[in-house]
Write a protein of this length. Sequence first.
Length: 381
Amino acid sequence: MAVVLNKIGATAVAVLPICYLCSKNGSPLVQHSLVICLWVIFLGIPCLNQSDMEIRSSVTMITAVLSFIIPLKLTQLVLYPPRQKDDLGASKKSDEDDKCKNISRENNDISWRGLLSFVGRFFYYLIPISKTKSPLPTWQALLKQNTRYTVVILMKLIMTPLCGFALRRLADKYPFPSLRQEPVAYMKMEVLFTLELIGMAWTNDLQCVIVSLLSGGRLQMLHMHNFPFLSRSLRDLWGRRYNLLINTLLKETVFIPAQNYYDCSKQVASVLAFTTSGILHSWVAHFTFGGGVVRASLFFVSQELWINQVEQREWYRNSFPSFWKAVVTVLYFYATACLYVGLFVEAMPDWLDKNAGGVPEVPVMKDVTNSLGVAIGLIRQ
């Protein structure tokens, strides 16, 4: 399985210099031709090697994700370059209010520094570290902020193995469940799976704390999640709280270019970003589960419909307090979760067997999970 992943990685490294040269001095025809070739190559790698990709495997899922987001990012770098650059190679956000179709490309001269900056922008999502844009925090504020995240890490360290153990018991009791036959168990597994998925990001939180403290607040690392269950709307959930890595990628590759280069409104740009996300997850579902393409697309369509048809209505914004909006958001998410999260649930316990139960590959975590299992068993006896 890792062979296909290595092919994608090696191909990405090989095409980076070509993409850089083309982004600087290539004609529009050459640039668009290159982008088409990139999509054909990267999407073709998993298609031609699908027999080597194990179904219901996290490695296959990561392979499918990379085969889509790599050409997506390269398309943005070649056709829609960022308007500003910083020293770390991570692109700064363009001014979303300045919607000019003809954006001049700065510094078209080819140089080693330009190449390194180009490579830095591409690999930003591998190591998402950037300079702190706001004024540097005081040490008191820095310690207070990171103490909060340390508490969150400890909570996730407790929550993750608990959810993993409960999910394993349900998966063994109800193998390959169906929403129609075991609705209660099915919904419990959806909740436990999402909780475990969020809890597994404790390693990312720890890295963020280390980077912040070692740099004295001068550098910041992108958090994977930002307390998703505190979302007061689906727009808040998908735009500012859940999977910020993919969220940032979609903003830079779809949302901002749609506004700056094609003069799209925020609503149209948001629809395009959601559509791209739906295509991405459908692509992943095809290789990871051998199906579920339509379901994955419908899931993101349902999210966008709720945002545009309900959350944007004045009666909804003004009639409900924040607490009830958060409750409605969670209820609607889980009401539609069977469309995509259900793919993972219906693959259990096979998914858990092939991916170490979803628990991070850390021996201490496995020991904690086993100890909790024994303790809960003794309590029940």
